[in-house]
Design a protein around this ligand. Sequence first.
Ligand code: HEM
Length: 158
Amino acid sequence: MIGLEIGRIIHILGVVFWIGGVAMITTIILPAIKKFKSAEERVEFFEKVERRFKIQARVTTMVTGLSGFYMISKLHAWSWFLDASYWWMWAMVIVWLIFTVMLFIIEPFILKNKLIEKAKTDPEGAFKKIQTMHAHLLWISLLTIIGAVAGAHGWLFF
Ligand code: HEM
């Protein structure tokens, strides 16, 4: 099924740029920024990096979601959601929903202002919050990738 294969290629390219970016920020950029002398500088530099990544994350979240739903329709796989051994299908949709809500609603309308405020009064706390949030987003994404790759190739755990 050529459509399905193209959908899968696009899906994984989306995941690579999206979750790969989250991994880069969490494991390389944030620890490097932590070494900056002033906490204000850390938040300011992070804002600059995140501003660029946000555009990439928004595009790749949409690409991954659309290609995912396209594959479900090609595979006639809606019923997988009713089977516990396909928990990773739920995991993918939940991770996608969390990022979509964060990137399109919470970050621009709520978090941005809150973080800017917090960065002024408590820059250390603001940076810690950023780090914790990214660490959680990364581990749930990695768990989802493990489940999805194993599950899509027939290793359903139970
Ligand atoms: C709306 C969200 C999503 C939908 C509807 C969706 C749907 C799908 C479908 C239908 C498959 C193919 C399963 C198969 O070939 O048996 C798949 C594979 C996969 N998805 Fe998703 N997905 C979504 C989000 C995500 C996210 C957020 C991630 C990563 C965190 C992800 C990572 C993967 C991976 C790694 C595979 C395995 C590909 C392979 O090894 O063949 N997906 N997805």
